[in-house]
Design a protein around this ligand. Structure first.
Ligand code: SRM
Ligand code: SF4
Length: 512
């Protein structure tokens, strides 16, 4: 029998679909898809290839698509936010925008017939959703305080943008990097508090001095998956904070693209290649691709602060200016909120809006003289600058409402549980609780003080929604991953378990 793409034994389903047709090619067919309607589209294009454009078919809500943006360094303008608000407003109750754990926004309720027009509107304001899903590089994260923080070491904004432009060909799509073995995460930290969770990225740059010069040490291979979770390890490379960073990302991506393991999708993330080769060989291959000698790592990095959450009002390094961090419960925004945020950023700030990996909003550049009026804005009752202590650090993935991998509902349950705990307990210390709907770990339960991962549990002989509990995740300096400490707690029985955990760990005491 002749071996064809369909019969080649070494190719899994995803490698086959990529080999048959590059995902980016659906860009040319978009107008036709919009006219024919989603039901008429080839199943593989619908369920998979559209993700190369950032358009996600949702089996839970057929016909109502999700669009995942790219917001480099989590920074957008009020004009861009207005466009995103207008896009979701059209869909009434179905439309909303979720802030993601990669400092990004996902739009919901989108109808395919509108996508060509939506993309034209994105282009007019410099937005793109290209290559944000499937085997592509995800939104590139950077310090949310870049350019504002008096204690900043490196301003990450320009570098993050340049790395995105290289990977996406300035947002037009770049077939060079549309067939990676798997998804790929990049983060660039410029501050002292590891605001991007460097350790959980496939490649991360962390500030470090070498011979008195400020640059980055590089760590590689961090990732979470249902099968395995690993913190990144040192590549033993230091680079100055210039275009070398872009070149190194490029070199690593080429090595990963050309040599990364593809046979088993559960073993395709970068760390599996590093395991197979050893870090020295991986470094050597990257150096060859980089085309010049890679300097050895600096002895220590400069990430020596506890992580800040940026909620509240703080002075910037620019005299007379402040930034306000607003807590957005589980990251969910509706069109009206998005319009309000855009208006407030314009009226009180410089029109800039920032997002954090904790799914919150920062409005920077508010002058002292405007602060009082800003603080009187009604939206701050909903998106508080001083939320209750458990709410303040709550993070949640999408969960069963829209995600077909989900084993449990997350966002609503997370909010209800926290509210009940705050009503019962006096919380004596901030506790970071992350809810994630399945072992894919999109809400990073392994970085939380208490991480809750959706699972199937048993109660009274019946299968019910449950969680595995993770504890001990440490963020900021000396970051390390938490571990699973209890398995299969039915969600209905969770409240007393959490209450006991909070009291036992001296995070809370019963209200007197
Ligand atoms: Fe994720 C798949 C949502 C951050 C690990 N993730 C998915 C999909 C696309 C599955 C699907 O098609 O339904 C989810 C879309 C649901 C929806 O409708 O929203 C989804 N992931 C998310 C978001 C929205 C969670 C959130 O509520 O914030 C985050 C979007 C980030 C972004 O803007 O791009 C999100 N996902 C993450 C992270 C966290 C991070 O990057 O720091 C991880 C763990 C880190 C990592 O990847 O190493 C993560 N998502 C996964 C995985 C497991 C990957 C693996 O190697 O096995 C999957 C499943 C997959 O890729 O096969 C997945
Ligand atoms: Fe969906 Fe699971 Fe990711 Fe939550 S963790 S968004 S349920 S894939």
């Amino acid at each position: 029998m002749t071996t064809t793409l369909e019969t080649a034994p070494s190719l899994n389903k995803f490698e086959k679909l990529k080999a048959q047709k590059d995902g980016l090619l659906v860009k040319e067919e978009l107008e036709q898809f919009a006219q024919s309607g989603w039901e008429a589209i080839d199943k593989t294009d619908l369920e998979h290839r559209l993700k190369w454009l950032g358009v996600f078919y949702r089996p839970v809500t057929p016909g109502k698509f999700m669009v995942r943006m790219r917001i480099p360094n989590g920074i957008l303008t009020s004009t861009q936010m207005l466009i995103l608000a207008e896009v979701v407003q059209r869909y009434g109750e179905d439309g909303n925008g979720d802030i993601t754990t990669r400092q990004n926004i996902q739009l919901r309720g989108i109808r395919l017939e509108d996508v060509p027009d939506i993309f034209r509107r994105f282009e007019q304001v410099g937005l793109t959703s290209v290559q944000s899903g499937m085997d592509n590089v995800r939104n590139i994260t950077g310090s949310p305080m870049a350019g504002l923080d008096g204690n900043e070491l490196i301003d990450t904004r320009e570098l993050v943008q340049k790395v995105q432009d290289m990977i996406t060909n300035n947002g037009n799509g770049n077939p060079e990097f549309t067939n990676l073995p798997r998804k790929f995460n990049i983060a660039i930290e410029g501050g002292r508090d590891n605001s991007v969770h460097a350790e959980i990225n496939d490649v991360a740059f962390v500030p470090a001095y070498k011979d008195g010069q400020l640059g980055f040490n590089v760590v590689v291979g961090g990732f979470f998956s249902a099968k395995r979770c690993e913190a990144a390890i040192p590549l033993n490379v230091w680079l100055p904070a210039n275009d070398d960073v872009v070149d190194l990302c490029r070199a690593i991506l080429i090595v990963y693209r050309d040599y990364g393991l593809r046979a088993n999708r559960q073993k395709s993330r970068l760390m599996w290649l590093i395991d197979e080769w050893g870090i020295e060989k991986f470094r050597a291959e990257v150096e060859t691709e980089f085309g010049r000698t890679l300097p050895m790592a600096a002895l220590a990095d400069e990430m020596d602060w506890e992580k800040r959450d940026h909620i509240g009002v703080y002075p910037q390094k620019q005299s007379g200016l402040n930034y306000a961090g607003l807590h957005v419960p589980v990251g969910r925004l509706f069109a009206q909120d998005m319009f309000e945020l855009a208006r407030m950023a314009e009226v009180y700030g410089s029109g800039e809006i920032r997002l954090t990996v904790e799914q919150n909003i920062i409005i920077p550049n508010i002058h002292n003289s405007r602060l009082q009026a800003f603080l009187a804005e009604p939206l701050l009752e909903q998106f508080s600058i001083n939320p209750a202590p458990l709410s303040r650090s709550l993070v949640s993935c999408t969960g069963a409402q829209f995600c077909n991998f989900a084993l449990i509902d997350t966002k609503n349950r997370a909010l209800a549980t926290i509210k009940a705990l705050e009503a019962e307990l006096e919380i004596t210390q901030g506790v970071r609780i992350h809810w994630t709907g399945c072992p894919n770990s999109c809400a990073q339960p392994q970085v939380a003080d208490i991480g809750l991962m959706g699972t199937k549990a048993r109660k009274d002989g019946k299968a019910v929604e449950g969680v595995d509990i993770y504890m001990g995740g440490k963020v900021g300096k000396d970051a390390h991953l938490g571990k699973c400490v209890q398995k299969g707690i039915p969600c209905d029985d969770l409240l007393p378990v959490l209450r006991d955990l909070l009291i036992e760990n001296s995070w809370a005491k019963p209200k007197s």
